[in-house]
Design a protein around this ligand. Structure first.
Ligand code: ZN
Length: 153
């Protein structure tokens, strides 16, 4: 570990101890060039869930991105920021509890739709129309109809 004082990579660990309730290791180091003492911490790198997109590409799960999607779907709808935050938090929990390492993007979309359907139907339809990429108006109507309780006959 390079010395923050002189920049030389010539240190010796003089003390190692557990820190942050065992979630980190704290090391006291001494630079053998200038005798400066400094501390480093070693922590577990959090495992970020990878989202598998429809194309097969992967990207790290990003709760902020999920929140933005929800905010757009809920624009000018009576859905509070607190409700959106709750949905993001709940879905994040479900994903980390049920998936190990990676999750199909479709699963996230389904969870969001499930929640939006309960919260606000306009927001639900907006989200569904983007997410499900309705091919034509018939798809869209078949999705909306049950909610409007329009008799199909
Ligand atoms: Zn040094």
């Amino acid at each position: 570990m390079r010395c923050p004082n002189c920049g030389m990579d010539n240190d010796r660990v003089v003390d190692t101890r557990s820190s942050e309730d065992g979630f980190a290791v704290r090391r006291r180091r001494v630079c053998q060039s200038c005798h400066h003492r400094y501390t480093t911490y070693e922590r577990l790198e959090p495992t970020v869930l990878q989202v598998i997109k429809k194309s097969g590409a992967r990207e790290p799960f990003n709760p902020d991105k999920l929140r933005r999607g929800l905010q757009i779907a809920c624009g000018k709808r009576p859905v509070s920021t607190a409700e959106i935050d709750q949905i993001v938090s709940d879905i994040t929990d479900v994903l980390y509890r049920n998936f190990d390492g990676e999750v199909p993007s479709r699963m996230i979309g389904d969870l969001v739709m499930e929640r939006l359907r309960e919260v606000d139907q306009v927001a639900y339809v907006r989200f569904a129309s983007v997410y499900r990429e309705f091919k034509d108006v018939r798809d869209f109507v078949s999705e909306v109809e049950p909610m409007l309780q329009v008799d199909a006959d």
